[in-house]
Design a protein around this ligand. Structure first.
Ligand SMILES: Cc1cc2nc3c(=O)[nH]c(=O)nc-3n(C[C@H](O)[C@H](O)[C@H](O)COP(=O)(O)OP(=O)(O)OC[C@H]3O[C@@H](n4cnc5c(N)ncnc54)[C@H](O)[C@@H]3O)c2cc1C
Length: 508
């Protein structure tokens, strides 16, 4: 697959300022009103929302493109998700204008819909297929009200997500940010450390040798790197039932995390064949009892995206470390593909054309915020929750890949995420708006979808713009002002969906 490398020159050269360091030489400084660190889904949402509201934003991303996990880990699927009506809808409309950049899918096949008497051939997992009859509004429901019967008919009728071309996604994100005229994007630039005083970040050090000084900061690194450097408390692994009173949490806490996947892409070929196994890779599954199932999404151009569920258990990943895990996952992917081709002849019509350059990490560190979202919020649903500061909705199942504690698989209605989940405990000018936001392990297993992360980012960016306008710290942004601003940006905060929002979404 073609990789577009976008080199953005750092336009944000110092505003004539510099800071002295210990050696007496001066360190160049980049100044802005809002620094967003990490250019994945959360970072894009945060930077775009703030820049559209007129803030002077700098977005820092260590890779050579935007999109994070959605692009570099090959997670090019926006699963069905309630509440993703703000920036994700705008991004969808932009991608829809481009050939083969995005499509809406329906479920084609699923391993659990197997009926051996009707059809002895069992597909090795799930398969989604682009369905031109579908509209964005169709992609906004994952929850299953109790009166609806679970099963194939329900999933076929209500479950529709989106698949996109990663390069088009990365490019479009960049274009949308540039169009605001208020956002400088620094690619190939890493956050190194934060300088903190009195619960406020004063500046952050970047890999380009510069210091970034902002009034407000948003950590969207996925791992809560800025928060950790600022001394914030973090959670890792599974909490015990007692910690948050979650009914499905294990009795004892553990270090277990959600499994990881190395996603690969296959493209059609003219002459069906089985690709030979490279030297050193056997045709056996050496890491688990049998080859894991796969979830296969059709790209808009007809290629297949193959996600082994999972490629490596989370505990093994932590033990091995990133580089060793990446090498091992590459070997597993080749063995997995050989297994698919050898056992399911339909795959012989494809060959591997891309293996993601980055591992897909579902869960790592989570930052303890002013509020921790738990399974109890998910079970209560937005109409049962009593929070005054809900800034987005979600409805994905509690979904762990790796066999450890599972919550219920279908929520009865969407639940809300409070703004306080974005405020690291005690911090005055820092928010965290990514999968490292303040969620319990079980809540995170639900509240981590890409469009959700964009929505968290949109709320964080909007909060920063309001903080600037009102000249207050981030925790002091009035919840109702924030919620009203989000509603004006077409973000769904109520369930069922208000009629005017539904009408707006119909105009795609
Ligand atoms: C295998 C897998 C399958 C999934 N399937 C789905 C699915 O089907 N549908 C769905 O909606 N969701 C899915 N998810 C979940 C979803 O993709 C992620 O939760 C979401 O993309 C995370 O977004 P984020 O913004 O929190 O983090 P990321 O997208 O990871 O963004 C973090 C960004 O920060 C950057 N960064 C990190 N460190 C630094 C640093 N020091 N300096 C500068 N930048 C830095 C990274 O390069 C990255 O771009 C899946 C996840 C995985 C792993």
């Amino acid at each position: 697959m073609r990789t577009i490398t976008i080199i953005i020159t750092c336009l944000a050269i110092a505003s004539g300022c510099s800071t002295g360091n210990k050696t007496g030489t001066s360190v160049p400084v980049i100044r802005c009103e809002l620094a967003v660190i990490g250019g994945g889904s959360g970072g894009f949402g945060a930077a775009l929302a703030a820049a559209q509201l007129g803030m002077d934003v700098v977005l820092v991303e260590k890779a050579d493109c935007l999109g994070g996990t959605s692009v570099r880990s090959g997670v090019n699927c926006w699963e069905m998700a309630a509440g993703t009506t703000g920036i994700p809808f705008d991004l969808y409309k932009r991608l829809k204008q481009q050939t083969n950049a995005i499509g809406i899918y329906s479920f084609g096949r699923h391993g659990s819909w197997f009926n051996p008497t009707l059809d002895p051939y069992r597909y090795p997992g799930g398969e989604t297929i682009i369905d031109p009859a579908r509209r964005y509004l169709d992609t906004l429901q994952r929850y299953r009200p109790p009166e609806m019967v679970k099963g194939e008919a329900f999933s076929r009728k209500y479950w529709h997500g989106l698949t996109f071309e990663p390069d088009a996604m990365a490019q479009t994100m960049l274009v949308m940010l540039k169009e605001t005229g208020h956002c400088r994007v620094l690619l190939n630039t890493s956050f190194i450390s934060a300088q903190v005083k009195n619960n406020r970040i004063e500046s952050v050090k970047l890999s380009n040798g510069k210091n970034l000084v902002a009034t407000y900061y948003i950590d969207t690194t996925g791992d809560g790197l800025v928060c950790t450097s600022a001394g914030c408390q973090a959670m890792m692994g599974q909490e015990s039932r007692e910690t948050f009173g979650e009914p499905h949490a294990p009795s004892n806490a553990s270090r277990r995390v959600n499994g990881i996947s190395l996603i690969y892409r296959v493209t059609p070929i003219h002459n069906p064949s089985i690709e030979p196994l490279p030297a050193g890779i056997t045709n056996m599954c050496w890491w688990t009892k049998k080859f894991p199932s796969a979830h296969n999404n059709h790209y808009p151009n007809g290629d297949l995206n193959i996600n082994t569920l999972p490629t490596m258990d989370g505990a093994e990943f932590l033990q091995r470390g990133y580089h060793d895990a990446m090498e091992e996952c590459n070997r597993r992917v080749l063995a997995h593909w050989h297994y698919l081709q050898s056992n399911y002849p339909e795959f012989q019509k494809f060959k591997i054309c891309w293996i993601a350059p980055s591992l897909g990490i579902r869960e790592s560190r989570r930052i303890t915020g002013e509020y921790v979202l738990t399974e109890n919020d998910l079970l209560a649903g937005v109409n049962g929750q009593k929070h005054p500061d809900i800034i987005c909705l979600a409805d994905h199942a509690m979904d762990t890949h790796g066999g450890h504690a599972r919550g219920i698989s279908d929520l009865p209605e969407p639940y809300g995420v409070p703004y306080r989940c974005l405020i690291p405990k005690g911090q005055r000018n820092l928010l965290v708006a990514c999968r490292a936001s303040s969620f319990s392990s079980l809540a995170a297993s639900s509240c981590r979808l890409s469009r959700m992360m964009i929505q968290l980012g949109q709320a964080a960016g909007t909060a920063a713009a309001l903080a600037k306008e009102l000249k207050v710290d981030l925790p002091d942004v009035p919840a109702e002002r924030l919620r009203n601003s989000l509603r004006q940006q077409h973000v769904q905060l109520e369930h069922p969906m208000p009629t005017d929002l539904r009408t707006y979404l119909q105009l795609e």
